[in-house]
Write a protein that binds this ligand. Structure first.
Ligand code: ADP
Ligand code: MG
Length: 176
């Protein structure tokens, strides 16, 4: 299933991430693509809020992977943890091995920024999210570059996603 959603501002992106959390479960892998500043971390912050995990989702400075454990819900149950990977600084495939994502990929919701090209080998199923600025990239005005609409394209890979309705999906936006 492919879905395209217009996200007018950062709050909309965060809200979409929050809504996405409702259809995610332990073992899911979400791969985020898009330029620096496209909104990958912003979306992941919403996801963390939706899952109800501990700690602020942030752009890691030195850490490549960070685990956010689930907080107890009002009824005492807990959802999955969020493992947030930012592979921007990942140098080699040895470093990928060192991340030891196997247990995360079994038990947590794993979100990978800059994962395209290497995460595909880790699981059979994944949700690929691409964030783009439809009105071009970075102008000379930093404010302009950060502000404004994004277009999110979601693509699911694998049986896992059959029948799963992604947030913001118009009723007729379903194809292959
Ligand atoms: P990335 O992780 O892709 O590098 P970030 O999420 O860290 O990007 O940064 C995105 C920046 O753009 C933030 O400053 C955010 O407030 C801003 N922004 C403006 N409009 C949007 C939007 N529609 N969606 C997401 N971020 C937006
Ligand atoms: Mg980021």
């Amino acid at each position: 299933m492919n879905v395209q959603v217009r996200l007018p501002d950062a709050d909309a992106t965060r809200a979409w991430g929050r809504a996405l959390a409702e259809v995610l479960r332990a073992g899911d892998l979400v791969v985020l693509t898009g330029d620096l500043g496209a909104g990958k971390t912003t979306l992941t912050q919403g996801l963390g809020e939706g899952l109800g995990v501990r700690g602020q989702v942030a752009s890691p400075t030195f850490v490549i992977a960070r685990e956010h454990p689930p907080l107890p819900r009002p009824d005492g149950t807990r959802g999955p943890a969020l493992v947030h990977v930012d592979a921007y600084r990942l140098g080699s495939l040895d470093e990928v091995e060192a991340l030891d994502l196997d247990s995360a990929l079994d038990e947590a919701v794993t979100v990978v920024e800059w994962g395209a090209g290497w995460v595909e080998g880790l699981t059979e199923a994944r949700l690929e999210l691409r964030l783009e600025r439809p009105h071009g990239g970075v102008g000379d005005d930093v404010e302009d570059a950060a502000a404004g609409e994004r277009v999110l394209t979601a693509r699911t890979v694998g049986e896992r996603w059959t029948g799963v309705a992604l947030p913001g999906a118009p009723q007729d936006a379903t194809d292959a």
